[in-house]
Design a protein around this ligand. Structure first.
Ligand code: UDP
Length: 471
């Protein structure tokens, strides 16, 4: 492209790995097209991010803004990965304190566009004052956003429900092309999960104000996967909604020379049969209760299939991971399964040919990464949008959800073992394996994604802030 017309775009994601990663992927796609990105986050989060390919680094400038001190936030906590969900409001309070330093940065750098996340509800007002257009980038899929409703519902101006039970039937604000619902145990968890600090800005309001204040909405999605939901969002939001593709990370981007941990994992994976392993991972935030962990472990054991399990302990826990497992589990599964602790090389693992299935908590990143490699999905949603994701995926016959007790959400080792076996090896699970392979065409189609990014860029270029720096 003509570099004289290159854009300068500021990215400002929420402080969660599931948000930082897609914002970084989008940054890479824009840099690939010759545009300049300022990626704003906190120092520790910037260090945590996956490596940028060297040819793109000159175009991506990482801007570190230290998180303001908040008494109730543990020291050094800069992301959801560092805290228990009970501390989420404290992290949000600190995040909101970034308004002043971010405003100063925007004033000095004079960008053409700001791309921001749901938590920064105050950013559209700042952008408006500075005369810089802004895009709300929804890192969720269109189905989940549509289910949450339009800004008027999110902001409580339009009453769509009165009791939690109302939310266990389909939302009423618009005819829905689905009968997907949230389960009562998920809603009760959300209510219980509201942390120890009272929220000064509820999550729903952050979403509502972020969507309403944006010039247009960009979605991490594509019409090849969910055309019905993208169309519905146009109607709900009454503004332009642009799907910008699924942005799966490139494996070659995450390959790191001489990474000793990966060398050992790869050695083990290389010895396993083609598509024989189930990769088990619940993302960066979700953790299971002791009972759930027990059932999951025993379920993997009963499945008799090889597994690679990424086990995370709750933030702040001093327990050793192996002590969280049922007695004798590691001995009994030795040679057949690996329990991995720490930050796992998820994309590289999913890309390996010995992985056939993915037992996932249904975070949208994980779903995209799993389907991008055609891995069949066993669905074990834990919190937030994950239950809805699981049901939308099941509705599209893309995965099988592990049955849970409707009211308390418990599940058994037998149901884990059975679901894993069905998806991985049993004859009745053949449709899931076939569908996952078909989905690889949709989720792993880089040329299609490239066209989406071109469409997005055309929009950014046509509506760019004329005063922005274009050097
Ligand atoms: N991830 C990883 N290693 C880990 C845990 C997570 O690489 O040990 C990455 C994963 O590949 C994905 C992101 O972190 O890109 C998690 O996002 P997702 O939406 O799946 O779940 P969340 O963490 O937001 O619940």
């Amino acid at each position: 492209m003509d570099n004289g017309g290159a854009l300068h775009v500021v990215m400002f994601p929420w402080l969660a790995m599931g948000h930082l990663i897609p914002f970084l992927e989008l940054s890479k796609r824009l840099a690939q097209k010759g545009h300049r990105v300022s990626f704003v986050s906190t120092p520790r989060n910037i260090k945590r991010l996956p490596q940028i390919p060297p040819h793109l680094s000159p175009l991506i400038n990482f801007v570190s803004l230290p998180l303001p001190h908040v008494d109730t936030l543990p020291e050094n906590a800069e992301a959801t990965i560092d805290i228990s969900t009970q501390k989420l409001e404290s992290l949000k309070e600190a995040f909101d304190g970034l308004e002043a330093p971010l405003t100063a940065f925007l004033q000095n750098s004079n960008p053409n566009w700001i791309i921001y996340d749901y938590a920064a509800y105050w950013l559209p007002v700042v952008a408006d004052k500075l005369g810089v257009p802004c895009v709300f980038f929804g890192v969720f899929n269109a189905a989940v956003l549509a289910f949450m409703g339009p800004p008027s519902v999110l902001l409580g101006e339009e009453k769509a429900w009165s009791t939690l039970e109302d939310l266990t039937v389909a939302p009423k604000w618009i005819p829905f092309p689905s009968s997907v619902v949230m389960r009562l145990h998920e809603l009760l968890k959300i209510v219980k999960g509201i942390g120890e600090k009272k929220s000064n800005m509820p999550e729903t309001h952050r979403f509502g104000l972020s969507i309403r204040g944006s010039d247009f909405v960009a979605l991490r999605s594509c019409v090849e996967f969910e055309p019905e939901w993208i169309n519905l969002l146009h109607d709900l939001y009454k503004k332009t909604v642009i799907p910008i593709g699924l942005l799966p990370p490139l494996v070659q981007d995450v390959e790191e020379e001489g990474d000793s941990k990966w060398v050992l994992i790869k050695e083990w994976l290389d010895k396993q049969g083609r598509e024989s392993i189930v990769y088990v991972a619940l993302g960066s935030e979700a953790t299971l209760s002791r009972e759930e962990l027990n059932e999951l472990a025993l379920g993997l054991e009963k499945s008799k299939l090889p597994f690679f399990w990424v086990l995370r302990k709750p933030a702040g826990s001093i327990e050793v991971e192996s002590e969280m497992l049922p007695k004798g589990f590691e001995d009994r599964t030795s040679g057949r399964g690996i329990v991995y602790t720490g930050w796992a090389p998820q994309v590289r693992t999913l890309a390996h040919s010995s992985v056939g299935g993915f037992l996932t908590h249904c975070g949208w990143n994980s779903v995209i990464e799993g389907l991008g490699f055609g891995r069949a999905l066993v669905l074990l949603p834990v919190m937030n949008d994950q239950g809805l994701n699981a049901r939308f995926l099941e509705e599209k016959k893309v995965g099988l959800e592990i049955p849970r007790n409707e009211r308390d959400g418990s599940f058994t080792s037998d149901s884990v073992a059975e679901s894993v076996r069905v998806v991985m090896v049993e004859k009745e699970g053949e449709p899931f394996r076939t569908k996952a392979k078909e989905m690889k065409e949709v989720f792993g189609d880089r040329n299609r994604d490239d066209r989406y990014i071109d469409g997005f860029l055309r929009y950014l270029e046509e509506h760019r802030c004329p005063d922005g720096s274009s050097s």
